[in-house]
Design a protein. Sequence first.
Length: 262
Amino acid sequence: MPDISLIDAHCHLDFPAFDADRDQVLQRAREQHIQHIVIPGTQAPFWPRITQLCEQHTHLHACYGLHPYWSTQHREQDLESLKDYLDTHPAVAIGECGLDFRPQQAATEQDRQRQLAFFEAQLALAQTTGLPLVIHAVHATEVVIQTIKSYPGIHGMIHSYSGSLEQAKQLIDLGFCISISGAMTRENAKKIRQVVQAIPLEKLLLETDAPDQPDDKHRGQRNEPAFLLNTLMAVAELRKESAEQIARQASENARRLFKLTC
């Protein structure tokens, strides 16, 4: 086992999937060299769960946002609540926000426009606060790129990246890091592996997206932060670089993006 420390840049540790054994999950993460975990927010009613977890564990870090998957459940007043919550609670980023144009999430133009409205409001909030963004882009990477261009000066990460190499280069030029999840270990993930090989290491983050998107070795299981090591090893093998070098730089990238001080 290499002598490394890792940062899980995106893990939904607040989700009910972890309620039965969260302490054990955190212990396993520590045993697998996970030094910090960033928890993205998804819906306004559940932000306090994240706050409570981060108050209990100093190596957990909160983000607050409105996820496109639940756009039909978000209310207009949730955007005002988000501004207020960020004013009164420590946060390392705004998110998870973005666009999810899978047919089940965006069956109509009205669905897409509703997602866009919530997304753009959070981009504007990032401009105002200076906080980085945690962006979800599924079947919508090109629209995300064009939307970001309308908000100069914003920065952040595209989580569990699934777009093309050319799109990744555009996003990097716009000030965003590319975050890689266990999805890159799957046999059909050729496009993601091309991105992993080609992007500058200084723009790469590692994440689990737990409890979703386990790496290929844990397919069918609940994902958890301890599994991040498998993604690291897959990235190292693909890039023909040492796991220590990638872990060191990816962790530094996360510290810089989220302004983590330890």
